[in-house]
Ligand binder design. Structure first.
Ligand code: AMP
Ligand code: MG
Length: 354
């Protein structure tokens, strides 16, 4: 399965790992993995003999079906997807699209506005020109005049939606939903699993996760935060209450190497340049689509400006790990009671003053 959201994301290690449910043998959590939207997905569900809850098999089937349905809408690798049709008609006409597409584009525009343009799903031409989703890596970093040209085609303000339809008001604009679609899909699956009777479970799509209930009456779900400089390690864990979601944007996930230098897949839509200086940003909050958009936005904005954005959206908390040595783990004040750092890194944790 291929799509822009995703392609190389199969390789992109899941930034966050589920590190334990604290279950006893009578309350067993079952993990079922599959690929979806070009990445690894999983459903972890508590099979504890509760006949009022749906079995994990059924929860998995629901998620698989929803992810596959949404991929057909959001992928740029199919000419008939909503996204491809909108991109082809850029600067021309309204395109009939699914309600999911309308909802997601409206959300994308909103996060564009809230982040002052740091989050922009029309960054697609820049992402491609730097060698992502196009299969062609440039031989040298893009020259300033090429970047200026490309920036003319970037602007979330060109996205317009109305019930059942969407359009891009400028020619050559291209939507790339890679920074937000997986989170949206997680919310959709989470919601449907709950409505069909799911109680204690986690939906995970490439590290975008949302939890429901808890694995035992005594403790909540715990999710590990990956060490950005050491693939197999985690620096600590977060406890997530019922309904909470988490997403991580990292510079280690996808990158291209140009003239021996690595460039990560997250771009500043205001400059056209790959973002440097940040290794990872993890955001937790009340919805998967919001934390997905926020982790990407905060990665672009850097810590200080990211704090202004987070202040506009209460309920979201973040962990920032700058791309510098020695490693420092910066956490928002509200993260203090959620994130437990492993002892060897405790001295590296700093709380950001608001
Ligand atoms: P994430 O891993 O959720 O941070 O999303 C990164 C993906 O979003 C990239 O692979 C691009 O497809 C896309 N993207 C890159 N930069 C931005 C940006 N500034 N705003 C929105 N989407 C972006
Ligand atoms: Mg994101």
């Amino acid at each position: 399965m291929r799509s822009s959201l995703h392609k190389a994301a199969v390789l992109s290690a899941i930034a966050i790992m589920i590190i334990g449910s604290g279950c006893s043998s009578r309350r067993e959590s079952v993990k079922r993995e599959f690929t979806a939207m070009g990445t690894l997905a999983s459903i972890i569900s508590l099979d504890d003999g509760d006949r009022t809850a749906i079995p994990s098999e059924e929860a998995t089937q629901i998620a698989q079906k929803e992810f596959s349905r949404l991929e057909k809408t959001f992928t740029v690798y199919s000419l008939s997807s909503d996204v491809s049709r909108i991109n082809r008609a850029a600067g021309q006409e309204w395109v009939d699209v699914s309600p999911d597409m309308v909802t997601l584009l409206a959300a994308a525009r909103r996060y564009g506005e809230l982040s002052g343009g740091a989050f922009d799903v029309t960054v697609g031409p820049i992402v491609r020109a730097w060698g992502f989703n196009s299969g062609v890596t440039p031989a040298a970093p893009l020259p300033p005049e090429r970047i200026r040209q490309l920036l003319d085609t970037v602007g979330y303000g060109t996205i317009e939606v109305r019930p059942g339809a969407a359009r891009l008001t400028r020619k050559d604009v291209m939507v790339d939903l890679g920074g937000i679609a997986k989170g949206y899909a997680v919310d959709i699956a989470w919601d449907l699993i709950q409505r069909k009777g799911g109680k204690n479970f986690i939906v995970n799509l490439g590290g975008n996760m949302r939890v429901s209930g808890q694995p035992s009456s005594k403790r909540p779900w715990t999710i590990g935060v990956r060490h950005p400089f050491s693939k197999e390690e985690i620096v600590g864990r977060m406890t997530l209450k019922d309904g909470m979601a988490v997403a991580t944007s990292g510079n280690y996930e996808r990158f291209v190497t140009i003239k021996g230098r690595k460039y990560a897949h997250i771009f500043d839509p205001r400059t056209g340049m790959p973002v440097e200086g940040m290794a990872s940003v993890t955001v937790i909050g009340p919805s998967a689509v919001e934390v997905d958009a926020l982790s990407t936005s905060c990665f672009v904005l850097g810590m200080d400006k990211a704090m202004d954005l987070l202040a506009k959206l209460p309920g979201n908390e973040a962990i920032f790990i700058p791309d510098s040595q020695p490693m420092t783990i910066w956490i928002t004040p509200g993260m203090k009671d959620i994130f437990e750092c492993f002892s060897q890194w405790t001295s590296t944790v700093k709380i950001i003053s608001r």
